[in-house]
Design a protein around this ligand. Structure first.
Ligand SMILES: CC(C)(COP(=O)(O)OP(=O)(O)OC[C@H]1O[C@@H](n2cnc3c(N)ncnc32)[C@H](O)[C@@H]1OP(=O)(O)O)[C@@H](O)C(=O)NCCC(=O)NCCS
Length: 433
């Protein structure tokens, strides 16, 4: 357990079991396991979504039920939040990370502080369990910055004119593709994902239950939509890439106008990357390719002859919250090659997790850090959100300083941090949870 961790909270936090609000009483408690479907249905209402029942079975399979909390009024769910027990890849390895999910408050109960109470529970629960970081995908970025979450990864999104993108060079067409039936393929694609995961921070480790929600699990979409497909790319060297995608046929007066939507395309080699994207951009009758959550340095940008035709937009990806400065910062390696040397100290502001606040020194030898409190003058001043944005290597301190976020207190402080925190490849979280 990390220092300053809150005391054990059976049923999450006794002090917050009952929240009283004007003209109502909402009990906040661990979701009774037999009522988990109600938890998910409440989310469906607040997110204005209509999910297939078989997706819910898959969510339930990966949920550690004691980490799912609800607000109940008159025996009805009015608010929900949960945490998946996950591991997050960081430079040089992976660490435990609480994946906050399903944060929802019914429109009838919004803006009365319920989400804030649920977040306090979630954050304290992650900290108590010794998870160095919490992370989430935000429906809206403004919701979570008040709790010290900063952008950990970017999401590059494409809305490409498939045929117009073309490749910048005449690379030879090699290898072959196979479409696999629903329910098959995990053993084949897992090594590809693992190779990709080892190359970048931001990936999540996947159990077989997680995989079964990510790969196609039925030949037909139960709600009458388009079924997802799994295609693998292989050469004599083995499987080098895969993609999960769906197609949406459409016709207009000029002819075919279909859309291909890529859920996930992953490769273990440059050739695999090139060939899987060649495939995805050339499926017959598809005019547009859409995808979300690519890293900002994804190879497709430099493979393309016409990068503008990729229709790139960029937004926030995974949001990260440092819960324990020492274990988080000692959990990763430093320097572009992972073998950096150097020292940087900083004054950290953290009102929401005050046990983190104060002056810290990061001393790096052969890529590994010792992190300790210090009384020496600090090189930098920053807040919890800034440290979160530095953590996976996606931002440099200098970049954050140009927004007035990180402030250099000693000459050379920004350069010292920039020698340590950034990574050769940008962090990438390909998976929403
Ligand atoms: C977002 C949501 C969970 C907020 O719940 P809530 O109980 O109304 O939130 P709270 O009352 O605790 O709000 C706390 C603060 O956050 C602010 N806030 C809440 N939702 C916000 C939003 N979408 N954008 C910006 N600020 C927001 C509130 O204004 C309040 O600020 P204040 O303390 O300065 O007054 C709820 O509106 C909801 O379920 N929305 C739809 C689903 C969703 O977007 N969930 C988030 C999933 S990632």
């Amino acid at each position: 357990m990390p220092p300053h961790a809150p005391e054990s909270t059976a049923g999450v936090a006794p002090s917050l079991d009952i929240c009283h609000h004007t003209a109502m009483s909402v009990e906040i408690r661990v979701c009774p396991p037999e009522r988990f479907a109600e938890f998910l249905r409440t989310d469906e209402v607040t997110f204005s979504e209509d999910q297939p029942d078989d997706l819910y079975e898959r969510i339930e399979a990966v949920s550690d039920k004691e980490r799912f909390v609800c607000g109940i009024e008159d025996d009805r769910f009015v608010a929900t939040a949960g945490v998946f027990s996950l591991r997050l890849s960081v430079p040089g390895g992976d660490i435990a990370a609480g994946g906050i999910t399903g944060v929802s408050v019914l429109p009838t109960h919004r803006r009365r502080g319920l989400m804030s109470k649920l977040m306090r529970l979630m954050i304290d629960d992650c900290h108590r369990r010794g998870e160095p970081v919490a992370m989430l995908w935000a429906a809206e970025g403004a919701i979570y910055q008040r709790f010290g979450f900063g952008i950990g990864t970017f999401s590059l999104n494409l809305e490409a004119e498939s045929r117009a993108v073309r490749f910048a060079r005449e690379w030879p067409t090699e290898g072959r593709f196979r479409l696999l039936p629903a329910g098959e393929g995990r053993e084949i694609v897992e090594p590809v994902y693992e190779t990709a995961r080892a190359q970048r921070a931001g990936f999540l480790t996947r159990t077989p239950d997680w995989w079964s929600g990510i790969l196609p699990y039925s030949e037909k979409d139960k709600k009458g939509g388009e079924a997802r497909r799994l295609v693998v790319y292989e050469t004599d060297a083995g499987v080098e890439a895969y993609a999960v995608y769906k197609t949406k046929a459409e016709w207009n007066v000029r002819g075919p106008n279909g859309q291909l939507i890529v859920d996930e395309a992953m490769a273990s080699t440059p050739r695999g990357t090139r060939e899987i994207w060649r495939y995805l951009l050339s499926v017959d009758l598809m005019q547009t390719l859409k995808t979300w959550r690519l890293p900002p340095d994804h190879p497709i940008l430099t493979l393309a002859a016409e990068p503008r035709r990729l229709g790139v937009t960029i937004g926030d990806g995974l949001w990260v919250r440092i819960l324990d400065v020492t274990s988080a910062l000692e959990g990763r390696t430093y320097g572009l090659n992972g073998h950096g040397h150097g020292r940087v100290s900083f004054d950290l502001r953290d009102e929401y997790c005050p046990w983190n606040a104060g002056r810290w020194c990061v001393e790096v030898e052969a890529g590994r850090a010792s992190v300790a409190r210090t009384d020496d003058a600090a090189d930098l001043a920053l807040d919890a959100k800034d440290l979160a944005s530095l953590f996976l290597g996606g931002f440099t301190s200098t970049a954050l300083s140009t927004a007035g976020r990180v402030v250099e207190l000693q000459p050379g402080g920004l350069a010292a941090a920039d020698d340590l925190f950034p990574t050769a490849l940008k962090p990438w979280c390909p998976q929403v949870f």
